[in-house]
Design a protein around this ligand. Sequence first.
Ligand SMILES: Nc1ncnc2c1ncn2[C@@H]1O[C@H](COP(=O)(O)OP(=O)(O)O)[C@@H](O)[C@H]1O
Ligand SMILES: [Mg+2]
Length: 371
Amino acid sequence: MSGNATESTAQPNPHAVTEPGHAVRRATASEHAAVEFRSVTKVFKAGRQSHTALDDIDLRIERGEIFGVIGYSGAGKSTLVRLINALEQPTSGTVLISGDPITGVPESRVRQLRRDIGMVFQQFNLFRSRTAAGNIEYPLKVAGWSRARRKARVAELLEFVGLADKARSYPDQLSGGQKQRVGIARALATSPALLLADEATSALDPETTGEVLRLLKKVNRELGVTIVVITHEMDVIRAVADRVAVLAEGRIVELARTFDVFAAPRAAPTRSFVETVLHNRPNPEELQRLGAKHPGRLVTVDIDDERGIGTALATAAQAGVTVEIVYGGVSTLQDKTFGSLTLALDGAAEAVDRVAGVLAGSPAADERRSA
Ligand SMILES: Nc1ncnc2c1ncn2[C@@H]1O[C@H](COP(=O)(O)OP(=O)(O)O)[C@@H](O)[C@H]1O
Ligand SMILES: [Mg+2]
């Protein structure tokens, strides 16, 4: 498999200028990707052992998007983030921030570029001895802001993250979600164009996770900040990511718009991530149990905006076939319908064949005879 990601949706990029025999070229400086990886490999060496954490990664994260990176533990996610803010140097290849290399350049240049990058951590990394306001103020002090400007900015940020009443609270007096909101406000203090969130919700319960994810979405939509969300949870991707890259053993095995990944996952790791959230297709054991319980034939069909079961139900009614919905779920993602339903069809063999045929007319229909 190649380290190069392929889009599963053909999305013409209006900015791309393709020349025969050449890679895609950027047209002008204003059209640089927020983050770009060019053939980036990272090998960690420990004595005689070496481990390839990232293997020939090519990746563009566009300005203004929420880009998700999902992978199992050890896939290379944190290494990828640490290359974006140059906490790690690649073994080979280049990482660019808005078109400027952040790798292979002097430390002073790295510091300059890093000013435009905010970072949110799984364990919040707040100063326990400082209040919420004090934590948010810290990067402004480092950046040399005057006291008056700092005060106004902190108040604005506290308001933005919904913690205006917690300015004087210390981290120990805040819930996990509140702590992470302080972490986000601190990361945004100097108005970076890019925000990196490495497992930012992994220490939080599901409800609080939702609250933090809604805030990240607000940061993206209202402030136009590009966000890279690193996670091992598909629910997080589903909630916020416009596009997602699936990382496995240091390679990008799939990269597509989030909807497309959920509707039609391709790579094996992607399919297992999607299954962790959807639970809308019965596994083989469940299928066997359903078969034992329901007479007739079981048919599983994918549902989306174009494909429903209306026609099949009408055919069934005419042909005297009873249809029972025995498994599945239909929901929406990014305002589009998708899901899967498993139906038990019972009636005369010929009539059942006809209804199954109508359902099979949808390319994704997947028929299995009951046991
Ligand atoms: N500083 C390091 N030295 C040696 N190996 C490392 C170092 N950092 C990460 N690795 C290895 O690289 C691989 C990817 O790690 P990481 O990027 O932290 O994965 P993830 O964040 O997806 O769990 C792992 O096998 C890890 O052990
Ligand atoms: Mg990690």
